[in-house]
Design a protein around this ligand. Structure first.
Ligand code: GDP
Ligand code: MG
Length: 437
């Protein structure tokens, strides 16, 4: 899905003009890509409609760089479908016990995730007890014990136990007595959702009274992970989802459908087999990853704040008339400063890295140029040709620079104007330049 998206956006984001038909074509391709990624059909339909609505509006088609605007719209929609804000576990303070129930089918990654979560929470300073309540899978108890030892977290085990409810109850009792503040209960799974499993889990949940009931869903199973989540949510009740094996999920379909279909937020992703391979789920980062490109979105956001179409047009007209003044130049410098360093700015545009010279990126130089310009009078800013040696001396003193630096800046500006005159005669290059401003 990521490769597909990045190809799509590469083709569209360079365009100076996009048409409504253009947008429709791309949205159609996005639709196919999502369906191929095993995203739920209803989710795809909703996504496509919302994106079309936003993207065919006037604001986009007439904006400074419609292709990038469009990319941002798709990104924002992705973020929304992934759940907007990062959702953390809702645990209580350390003076009481917060039980976390981990649920899921066999092989979804519950036991591994229990250890990952325990390691993470104890790193955060919580006192964690793992409870081995999967009595169905033969080696499940041993597996949890081995993992617990590895991460230095206690594991509550009842030898020869048959009843998961009793084990869970005993685990909680021990936690209260020994002042643990977090209990993670590893439960059993089955190959499929079946009545016996649901009954067992409902009973366990009743005694555990968890503050978090978290489904561990295997992201590699795509659409069926979503069906399973729906089932667990309806029958047991979920407060969160951990999407395991995200590292091997090339398509990303489950991530996109889960929140929309179940209304339950994804809180973490599993990104490997080791106990440290658990990451918080950040919708905006995942959206960026799905789009598979440089950080176009934050670039567009920043640019939006600092330059609007009207301004750009005025600047363009000025340049065309070749009366670009030092005052305009100061304006440009301040705009660049507001947007962050030139380097980080250009670095955000895919394909732009390495295409700018060292000199362009010298933000120190911009800083003293700004100081020089601010030491000039209004008249000087409007007509740089009147700035003779005495004025240069005064400006250097006023800005804490040297006459040499003032000279260099004025020379650079003169060169720039000459270049602009040439450039403004060339319509195609002009458009290109405008995009970069
Ligand atoms: P359970 O039956 O639900 O308890 O599943 P397990 O925790 O035993 O995990 C099943 C398999 O999935 C094991 O081989 C784990 O190493 C593997 N696994 C779990 N989480 C991840 C993950 O995030 N990434 C990868 N690559 N493998 C995982
Ligand atoms: Mg297990």
């Amino acid at each position: 899905i990521s490769q597909k998206f990045s190809d799509l956006f590469r083709s569209v984001s360079g365009n100076n003009r996009i048409t409504e038909q253009n947008v429709r074509d791309v949205v159609q391709e996005i639709k196919v890509a999502l369906l191929e990624a095993d995203v739920n059909v209803r989710v795809v339909r909703r996504f496509v409609n919302r994106t079309l609505e936003d993207a065919t509006g006037d604001a986009v088609l007439r904006s400074v760089s419609p292709g990038q605007m469009f990319t941002k719209i798709v990104h924002d929609r992705l973020v929304e479908f992934l759940g907007d804000e990062r959702q953390d576990l809702q645990l209580k303070g350390p003076d009481t016990v917060s039980p976390i129930l981990l649920l899921g089918l066999q092989g979804s990654g519950k036991t591994t995730t229990a250890a990952k979560l325990a390691a993470r929470l104890s790193r955060e300073g919580r006192k964690v007890l793992l409870v081995a309540a999967d009595l169905v899978r033969p080696a499940a108890v041993d597996q949890l014990q081995v993992l617990g030892e590895r991460i230095g977290v206690a594991v509550h085990v009842v030898d020869g136990a048959r009843d998961p409810v009793a084990v869970a109850k005993a685990g909680l009792k021990r936690a209260k007595k020994e002042l643990y503040d977090t209990v993670i209960v590893d439960t059993s799974g089955r190959m499929q959702v079946d009545a016996a499993l649901m009954k067992e889990l409902q009973a366990v949940k009743k005694v555990v009274q968890p503050v978090e009931s978290v489904l561990v869903a295997d992201s590699m199973t795509g659409q069926s992970a979503v069906d399973i989540a729906k089932e667990f949510n309806e029958q047991i009740g979920l407060s969160g989802i951990i999407l395991s094996k995200f590292d091997s999920d090339a398509r990303g379909g489950a991530a996109l459908s889960l929140k929309t279909i179940t209304g339950t937020p994804i809180k973490f992703i599993g990104v490997g087999e080791k106990t440290e391979d658990l990451e918080p789920f950040y919708p905006d980062r995942i959206a960026g990853r799905i789009l598979g490109m440089g950080d176009v979105v934050s670039l567009v956001e920043k640019a939006q704040e600092t330059i609007d179409e009207q301004e750009a047009l005025e600047l363009q007209q000025k340049m065309a008339k070749a009366n670009f003044s030092l005052a305009d130049y100061l304006d440009q410098i301040q705009r660049v400063k507001k947007m962050g360093s030139m380097e980080s700015l250009l670095g955000m545009i895919p394909g732009m890295q390495g295409r700018v010279s060292e000199e362009d990126l010298n933000t120190d130089e911009l800083k003293y140029e700004e100081a020089i310009l601010q030491s000039m009078t209004r008249v000087e800013l409007e007509n740089y040709r009147i700035i003779g040696i005495n004025r240069r001396k005064r400006i250097a003193r006023g800005s804490g620079t040297t006459v040499y630096q003032v000279n260099r800046m004025l020379k650079k500006f003169d060169k720039m104007r000459t270049m602009m005159k040439k450039v403004t005669k060339n319509k195609k290059y002009q458009a290109q330049l405008m995009q970069q401003l």
